[in-house]
Design a protein around this ligand. Structure first.
Ligand code: NDP
Ligand code: 2IT
Length: 445
């Protein structure tokens, strides 16, 4: 079978799932030569098997609002691949959630988790629930109803969810509490738990810290560092918050953050108490980044626009999939961006990635650069199993070492003859080899 024929077959089977097909194409394109060169992979038809989830659960989530009205949402869990460990990946609550988005996220998670070197398979779940404007009690009732169905498919050695867009410490708390009530078991079945009930230090910051550690390694190879770099960040959620902290620590200057309502440009730099202001804006009920200028009037708000028109050295999209379009990439290239790191999952459209790579700009794919979040989830699972907790320094050191190793693996598998590093290929090949080998070893299951 040629790559073309393979994609035609996958497209025919999943024709209404554009995000999933986008993620599959990117991975399969870059691992195709490695796949074909390995007769064992071909004989076991690994590629056709790896793009089919082991199990997908779709369920009704009924809940009652504060006025007594009954609502129905759709809940999902895609248990994609368990070749190297229990299914592992976040739950996303956002009105845009559908099966295509969760399948793309679950598929990416397989290779990301493999890159961490920890024993975790790939999964993802969530719901099209819109938390905006909802009270705390409504969110709790929704989480409980969601878990009343999902609990039967989870377990600390079966499937271990965590947070993602719209799911933070509060939602994990409500879901974990209800799981515990139903199962009468206190286990490490969720990660991102609260500090006093099994959560790991550094997990809230881990994705953002990991993104910056990874970028630091890329810059090092190119003889540069964060010191004095101007950085554009998008989003203002959990990942953006962690990244902005670490960039500041390393001497970089963050000049933008963004939300669905537009972006903030703060030429004085987003540091100190401004970083905590992001949390306040995100957790406030109107959830608009534009309100930043009420606290910091020297900053400017550009409604309805994306931050990629601002000249910067480093760009780090931290919001959501396909948020950085071709015209944004053109702006960044024209403004001489040096490095682009995906912190969100699949934030750059394929044409944008092609443009960055064609211009030999350092470019890191999300599945490598943002793996620090799930890696620290893996460390949380380890601590839960050992029934002890590590201090901040220990978790941070392990996270840092994991990010350096991921970078090294990408470098090894992605270095081209002309010296340019194709980090996309490097990450996909390194992540794929381990899972494909495990699938061959375990027979036809
Ligand atoms: P959060 O919910 O904390 O933050 C996401 C933020 O991005 C929200 O403020 C959201 O606003 C905003 N946003 C959504 N759409 C857009 C848009 N089109 N333009 C600008 N901003 C937008 O989620 P996280 O920070 O956890 O997740 C961000 C990304 O990082 C996602 O792609 C996620 O999959 C990925 N990721 C998360 C990890 C984690 O550990 N949390 C780990 C690895 C990756 P609103 O809700 O109002 O739309
Ligand atoms: O996309 C991701 O890697 C996450 N949302 C984190 C998953 C996890 O299990 O910590």
């Amino acid at each position: 079978m040629t790559f073309q024929e393979f994609m035609e077959k996958v497209t025919a089977r999943n024709s209404h799932e554009p995000e999933f097909l986008q993620a599959v194409k990117e991975v399969v394109e870059t691992v195709w030569d490695v796949y074909e060169a390995n007769p064992r992979f071909v004989k076991n038809n690994i590629l056709e098997r790896i793009v089919e989830p082991e199990r997908t659960i779709i369920f009704r989530v009924p809940w009652m609002d504060d006025q007594g009205n009954v609502h129905v949402n759709r809940g999902y869990r895609v248990q994609f691949n368990s070749a190297i460990g229990p299914y592992k990946g976040g739950n996303r609550f956002h009105p845009s959630v559908n099966l295509s988005i969760l399948k793309f996220l679950g598929f990416e998670q397989i290779f990301k988790n493999s890159l961490t070197t920890l024993p975790m398979g790939g999964g993802k779940g969530g719901s099209d629930f819109d938390a905006r404007g909802r009270s705390d009690a409504e969110i709790m009732r929704f989480c409980q109803s969601f878990m009343a169905e999902l609990y039967r498919y989870l377990g600390p050695d079966t499937d271990v969810p965590a947070g993602d867009i719209g799911v933070g410490a509060r939602e994990v708390g409500y879901m974990y509490g209800y799981y515990k009530k139903l199962m009468n078991e206190f286990t490490g079945v969720f990660t991102g738990k609260g500090r006093t009930w099994g959560g790991s230090l550094i997990r809230p910051e881990a994705t953002g810290f990991g993104v910056v550690y990874y970028t630091e390694e890329m810059l090092k190879v190119a003889g540069r560092s964060f010191d004095g770099m101007r950085v554009a960040v998008s989003g203002f959620g959990n990942v953006a918050w962690g990244a902005v902290q670490k960039i500041n620590e390393l001497g970089g200057k963050v000049v933008t953050i963004s939300g669905p309502d537009g972006y903030i440009l703060d030429e004085e730099g987003i540091s100190g108490d401004k970083i905590e202001c992001m949390v306040k804006l995100r957790t406030s009920n109107n959830d608009r980044v534009g309100d930043y200028i009420q606290d910091y009037p020297n900053a400017k708000f550009f409604p309805g626009k994306r931050p990629w028109e601002v000249p910067v050295d480093v760009a780090i999209p931290c919001a959501t999939q396909n948020e950085l379009h071709l015209e944004d990439a053109k702006n960044l290239v024209n403004n001489k961006v040096f490095c682009v790191t995906e912190a969100a999952n699949m934030p750059c459209v394929p044409e944008a990635i092609e443009l960055f790579q064609g211009n030999k700009i350092l470019f890191a794919p999300g599945k490598a650069a943002n793996a620090g979040g799930v890696a620290t989830s893996g460390l949380e699972m380890t601590q839960n199993s050992m029934r002890l907790s590590w201090d901040r320094e220990e978790v941070d050191e392990r996270l840092h070492a994991i990010m350096r190793n991921i970078h090294e693996a990408c470098l090894e598998n992605g270095k081209q003859d002309d010296g340019y590093v194709n980090y996309v290929k490097g990450a996909n090949v390194a992540g794929f080899l381990k899972v494909a080998t495990a699938m061959c070893d375990q027979g036809l299951v």
